[in-house]
Design a protein around this ligand. Sequence first.
Ligand code: NAD
Length: 525
Amino acid sequence: MVKIKVNNENVSYDASANSLVSKYTYKNSVVSLESDGNYVVNQTSKDYQFQVDLQVPKVGLLLVGLGGNNGSTLVSAIEANKQHISFNNKEGEVKPNYYGSVTQSSTIKIGVDAAGNDVYVPFNSILPFVNPNDLIVSGWDINGADLSKAAARSKVLDYDLQTKLATTLSAYKPLKSIYYPDFIAANQSDRADNIFNLTESGEIDQSSKWAHVEQIRKDIQDFKAAKKLDKVIVLWTANTERYSALIPGVNDTAESIIESIKAGHAELSPSTIFAVASILEGVPFINGSPQNTFVPGVVQLAEKHNSFIGGDDFKSGQTKLKSVLAQFLVDAGIKPLSISSYNHLGNNDGFNLSSNEQFKSKEISKASVVDDIIASNEILYPKSGETKNHVDHCIVIKYVPAVGDSKVAMDEYYSELMLGGHNRISISNVCEDSLLATPLIIDLVVMTEFLSRVSYNDLEVCDSSDKKTLYPILSFLSYWLKAPLTRQGFQTINGLNKQRLGLENFLKILVGLPVSDELRFEERF
Ligand code: NAD
């Protein structure tokens, strides 16, 4: 593994704490709009000191939905990489890798060489991150199939790899989970053969929700103890649920949500129960699906317990491209008038989304992705007046069993050019959905674990011994999420390049490197 030593006064190594200490002056421009329509810009500047604990802990990952396409593919990828299992497909031998993972397969520019040309290093060499091969994975599923059967059912991996992994995968057996049928599609009921919320007479118990929280907490504790783990992360990659209604007094505050769970209120979803259990255990919880797991009461609870949360909905294919292409068009001064997105897929996710309520959750999550991009350009989208100031954004998802996990995404971007001209960009994207999504799970887990090792002092307002961790909503994860959960009062950032820049620059300042600016004066002067 490459090592980087940064020689400057911004960074030092604290041997007693095995931590890296860096200083950074955060400068920004605060802009105000004057009554005459002009802007006044004032500079702000704040000194921070950061500490990164360099000791990589032993990390356990608990997936909700372990037996799904993503869950079984994730475990297969980790085991294939860990055990160096190569396999054959029709094109020949394939060696295991983590393509599609930013942390494992991308690079970061750390500077220029003596001639002024860019120098890149692997993303995961800039600081110590957990190696996915070292993750200990387990989790829950309402279906009891072991992961060998689950991988075969998912039809994601080549048969040769399935065969080579079969013995390893069959040892992974999902823990029993909670099933509230009202929240996922009725067509999933046949899968629910591995659930613990049953009454003595075998009926589904949807009211003893506090007992369900306690059972999940116990599962987390047992896993941590049995595997001798330093840290556990819980990630929801189970079926998309319907949206939960936001009801004052039920799920709007930290207190009300605890009371409502104890009262067994019907509007609390399984994913919310998992989130609450994780928060109460002080374990990070990430939501990879689109539903509103993080109702306001859950967010408040996470703030109260200073427990990390992140979500919602993996940003894997179509939306990721949209958050690049829409930004490109608008930044080029071209005006998208409509974006029409069609998907068809034949995996179990598609089957669940063929139900209207669950589709609605996905539609909401996919719809907001261009909002901040549109809002950034008032020349194209004026806030008032006659000019069309929005994009017609249409999202269709259809279940077509024959295509299996090979999801088809077709998008049309219809834009206005100079002097009334028009431009139509059509994109067709076909690939194994779960092979796109699974590397995102790795990145989300690797970054969540890493971010939990970062602390800071605001040198102006507090004593340098008063260390704080990041705000509980981990917005640095937004690169991997379709509808990034955002701190109240702040704007959601969807543009992929902005998200990556923020993340990359944060890592750079932690090791004492200057932030990326691409000024390239070596060449220009
Ligand atoms: P999947 O249907 O194959 O797997 C979901 C699993 O969750 C199933 O095994 C199911 O039995 C289980 N499950 C359902 N309810 C549960 C509960 N209460 N507790 C425990 N397990 C439960 O789906 P997938 O393709 O693996 O996708 C998982 C989620 O990720 C979906 O919500 C999907 O919308 C979301 N997502 C996927 C992608 C992608 O694959 N490209 C992208 C974005 C979001």
